[in-house]
Design a protein around this ligand. Structure first.
Ligand SMILES: *Cc1c(COP(=O)(O)O)cnc(C)c1O
Length: 230
């Protein structure tokens, strides 16, 4: 089932690209494996997917330890400062940076190992109370503040759109996110690139791809429903 799901998602991404004249190679599918067992990831690894997303540091670190080292682990969940040290060397991209204080901690822990952290700035485009991330209006200032840290490289932006049955209602958030990234890119801030746009989940990734996503984060659509009660 997992491999069939992956094929279907990849096909949907390719079709979304075709609709808007994008090259499907610009889009990377991240399989969101949070709460799922290692055996599910081993199954998914029979496909060509090497990017996996987790939202808890401990779970990411445990899976990192027991799975092949060529996997690219994405930290997509809210990150507490006291957990940053467990991520160093284990994650290829932190999607959820939303404060200078968190960036300071990332700088400190990555500097200790002389590594550079690739990060995205999490923007709450829909201004949902329940979500982390900064507003679009705060983004440039935060990026300027973080850009001075020598062990952090800002690669782009990430957003989590509202849960919805109708993905079209999220199109405006993805479109505004793309605009924001183009706008910030045009400022040519040192040490900052805006090549990465992480947006789109199971319910809305096709719309996100049409609007310019370069990373889509799909969990349920690949691994099935999650059970948080076990
Ligand atoms: C869980 C999660 C996903 C995947 O959600 P699905 O709807 O299962 O595809 C994507 N992004 C983030 C940040 C998540 O926490």
């Amino acid at each position: 089932m997992i491999l069939e799901n992956i094929k279907q998602v990849q096909k949907n991404i390719a079709e979304a690209c075709l609709r808007v004249g994008r090259n499907p190679e610009e889009v990377t599918l991240i399989a969101v494996s949070k709460t799922k067992p290692v055996s599910d990831i081993q199954e998914a690894l029979k496909s060509d997917i090497l990017d996996y997303g987790e939202n808890k540091v401990q779970e990411l670190a445990e899976k990192y330890d027991c799975l092949p080292k060529n996997i690219r682990w994405h930290m997509i969940g809210h990150l507490q400062r006291n957990k940053v040290k467990y991520l160093v060397g284990k994650t290829c991209l932190i999607h959820s940076v939303d404060s200078v204080r968190l960036a300071e901690q990332i700088e400190k822990e990555f500097a200790k190992k002389d590594l550079t952290a690739d990060v995205l700035i999490e923007v709450n485009m829909a201004k949902e109370e329940s979500k982390f991330g900064i507003t679009a209006g705060e983004t440039e200032d935060l990026i300027r503040s973080i850009s001075v840290f020598p062990h952090i490289r800002i690669r782009g932006l990430m957003t989590i759109a509202p849960y919805t049955d109708n993905p079209e209602t999220n199109r405006v958030f993805f479109r505004n996110m793309k605009k924001l990234s183009v706008d910030i890119s045009s400022k040519n801030i040192d040490n900052v690139s805006m090549d990465v746009l992480s947006m789109g989940m199971t319910g809305d990734y096709q719309v996100a791809v049409e609007e310019g996503a370069t990373l889509v984060r799909v969990g349920t659509g690949i691994f099935g429903e999650r059970n948080y009660n076990i």
